[in-house]
Design a protein around this ligand. Structure first.
Ligand code: GDP
Ligand code: IMO
Ligand code: MG
Length: 418
């Protein structure tokens, strides 16, 4: 298997975790390179569900190393929680997990600032996950952030003190909110760090090594339209979720990546605020949400649903140099008699959150279950027509089709993934 960049093509929750889990069987390593515990990646193995937020989704495979690259912002508390949950479920973590010493950490004051800012924005809020992601990246960019390697610096406590005091000043004087006691921040962080220190190191050599052997998976978090530069700004996350984020978030070069796999849901969803041109805000959208279990894996919020937006898909293919697509959740459309594909629309008006000239193509549904299909030929004729129409519209092959949440519910259409 090649070194694969795996990226969500829309606004996240496309089923990345499931596809990483499927492919990690043949992988030497699985790498996260951006985002933090705002991500929620769900893996289902023989009916048992595991939700990962920070740890790469390859962790459930014994032979796959899990690496967290420098571009990820790490909440030590969330990391320890996740490790503990995995260990309780008998998953081996200790010899498999490595975390870059260059990762910036998320402080309790980052979380408090995220929540205070959202509250003050009122109706104009972004609908963040409230995990402190934005403020942590802000401090990284303003060069006052704290990296894991800074724990070993003799000036660590002073640096932390300065940053927390600055955060508390804003919390108190700008947001009129409560301050976070510095003493507890220091005490907690020191205890957390002592528990995770064994995973932290310079990962440059390890990364160069694993890409040489090939079969490495780079697991994108969020989705292309949540990219800070190319997404639906300001309704985005605070990192580059696209191909560029992989490079800066690992230090690898473009030539190390041999294949870009776009993960696309058979319909489109979004959680949080922001424009959504193909959104179905009536009964049909609610039904799709019900059939697809569309509740946020991180915050439990309802996900908004709509028809597959292929204008976005074409943009994602270009931005990420996508070679093939894994189409997920096809089974969720099983009951529909008519299915639409969103083809195009004009510029998004960010005041009214609307678009003009929405164009759709309507197709007949298949109205039979796809969840037990073992091969492409097992799929109903109209399901195949739907898949082939998407390929046509995007000039890209659909190489994997997922017809249920379980690891086994996958159809391979391309040899390199078998
Ligand atoms: P991610 O953030 O991209 O990893 O996606 P999430 O895990 O947040 O959301 C995807 C949801 O859909 C999870 O509950 C998965 O278990 C589920 N899922 C993934 N693939 C399929 C599929 O093909 N069919 C169905 N019905 N559910 C799926
Ligand atoms: P995975 O990896 C879906 C959304 C939030 C909000 C915006 C900014 O599971 O696909 P943030 O907390 O990042 O500052 O929030 O981004 N968001 C996601 N939506 N899936 C995710 O991750 C998301 N991570 C962040 O809902 O709209
Ligand atoms: Mg998710």
């Amino acid at each position: 298997m090649p070194n694969i960049f795996l990226v969500g093509t829309h606004w996240g929750d496309e089923g990345k975790g499931k596809i990483v889990d499927v492919l990690s069987d043949k992988s030497t390593a699985c790498v996260r390179f951006q985002g933090g515990h705002n991500a929620g990646h769900t893996l289902v193995i023989k009916g048992k569900k595991t939700i990962l937020h920070l740890i790469p989704s390859g962790i459930l495979r014994d032979s796959c190393k899990s690496i967290i690259g420098n571009g990820v912002v790490v909440s030590l508390e969330a990391l320890i929680d996740e490790i503990d949950n995995l260990v309780t479920s008998d998953v081996q973590v200790e010899d498999k997990l490595t975390i870059s010493e260059g990762c910036h950490i998320i402080l309790p004051t980052h979380k408090a600032l995220d929540i205070a800012r959202e509250k003050s924005l009122g109706k104009k809020s972004i609908g963040t996950t409230g995990r402190g992601i934005g403020p942590a990246y802000e401090d990284k960019v303003s060069r006052q952030g704290i990296r894991l390697k800074d724990f070993e610096d003799k000036n660590f406590e002073k640096k932390l003190q300065n940053l927390v005091s600055y955060h508390n000043f804003i919390l108190k004087n700008y947001y009129n909110d409560s301050e976070v006691p510095l003493v507890s921040v220091i005490k907690d962080l020191e205890s957390y760090y002592s528990q995770v220190k064994k995973y932290v190191c310079n990962i440059e050599e390890l990364l160069n090594e694993v890409v040489k052997t090939s079969g490495c998976i780079f697991e994108g978090a969020q989705g292309t339209m949540l990219d800070i530069d190319h997404g639906t700004y300001p309704y985005v996350t605070s990192s580059n979720t696209t191909f560029a984020g992989l490079l800066s978030g690992t230090g690898l070069s473009p030539t190390d990546i041999e294949y870009s796999l776009g993960i696309t849901k058979a319909y489109t969803t979004r959680v949080g605020q922001g424009p959504f041109p193909s959104e179905l805000d009536g009964e049909l959208g609610k039904n799709i949400a019900k059939w697809g279990g569309e509740k946020g894996a991180t915050t439990g919020r309802d996900r908004r649903c709509g028809w597959l937006d292929t204008k976005i898909l074409r943009k994602s293919i270009k931005l990420n140099n996508i070679n093939g697509i894994a189409l997920t959740k096809l089974d969720v459309l099983d009951k529909l008699d008519k299915i639409k594909i969103c083809l195009n629309y004009g510029e998004i008006d960010y005041n009214s959150m609307s678009v003009n000239d929405l164009e759709y193509l309507e197709m007949d549904g298949w109205q039979q279950s796809t969840s037990n299909a073992k091969s492409y030929d097992d799929l109903p004729k109209n399901a195949k027509l739907y898949i082939e129409k998407i390929e046509d519209i995007c000039s890209t092959s659909i190489v994997l089709v997922s017809t249920g949440p379980d690891r086994e519910q996958i159809i391979y259409r391309n040899k390199i993934f078998e």
